[in-house]
Structure formats: C-alpha cells, structure tokens
Design a protein around this ligand. Structure first.
Ligand SMILES: [Zn+2]
Length: 100
C-alpha cells in the first residue's frame, strides 16, 4: 500500500509524450505570463499540442484531473452545434451602431 496521494500519482502521468483526450503533452514549460495566481505560478505547466493543431500551455493539475481534454476546440465545436440547433429568433444585427 502506498501512502502517496492519488493526485500525485496522476500528476506523474502528465509527461511529454502522454496523451489526454485531444492533447499530446510536449514539454514542461514555465507558467504563462498571464497567470498571476501565486499558487498557479508555482505549479508545473506543460505545453500540449491539440489534435486541431493548436499548441497551448496547461497547468498540470487540470490535465491530471481530466478537466481539460482539448485546447478548447472541443468546446467551440459543441457551442457551434448548440447554436445551430437553437437558432435565435428575431435576433437583430448590431454591427451598425455607429456613434452619432
Ligand atoms: Zn484543439
């Protein structure tokens, strides 16, 4: 029996070459500049290549937990599908609101 927390073991799986959903982990990278949280900045980050061709940095915890499985394209596809099935009715075009 190992006393090692389950999360630690899962984090160990987030290594270059490992695949999580659409993401292929490529390398360990420093936290991106837009990340300001002290805790988040201290965590390891990895750059991962998505099946759609996009490369993005992820905090390892999110991948280990299974929170992220794509760069976001999966979510976008889902949203597109949703909008197609729920066409907004009488939606006005708002692109021509020029200042007077
Ligand atoms: Zn993607």
């Amino acid at each position: 029996m190992s006393a090692e927390p389950i999360q630690k073991r899962k984090l160990d799986h987030v290594v270059p070459g490992a695949r999580f959903g659409r993401l292929l982990v490529e390398a360990v990278v420093p936290a991106p500049d837009h990340v300001f949280g002290k805790v988040a900045r201290r965590r390891p980050w990895v750059s991962a290549l998505c099946d759609c061709g996009k490369r993005k940095a992820f905090i390892v915890d999110a991948i280990a937990r299974g929170d992220v499985k794509s760069c976001g394209c999966k979510l976008r596809e889902h949203r597109k599908e949703y909008t197609r099935r729920h066409q907004p009715v009488n939606r006005k075009a708002t692109g021509k609101n020029l200042p007077a």
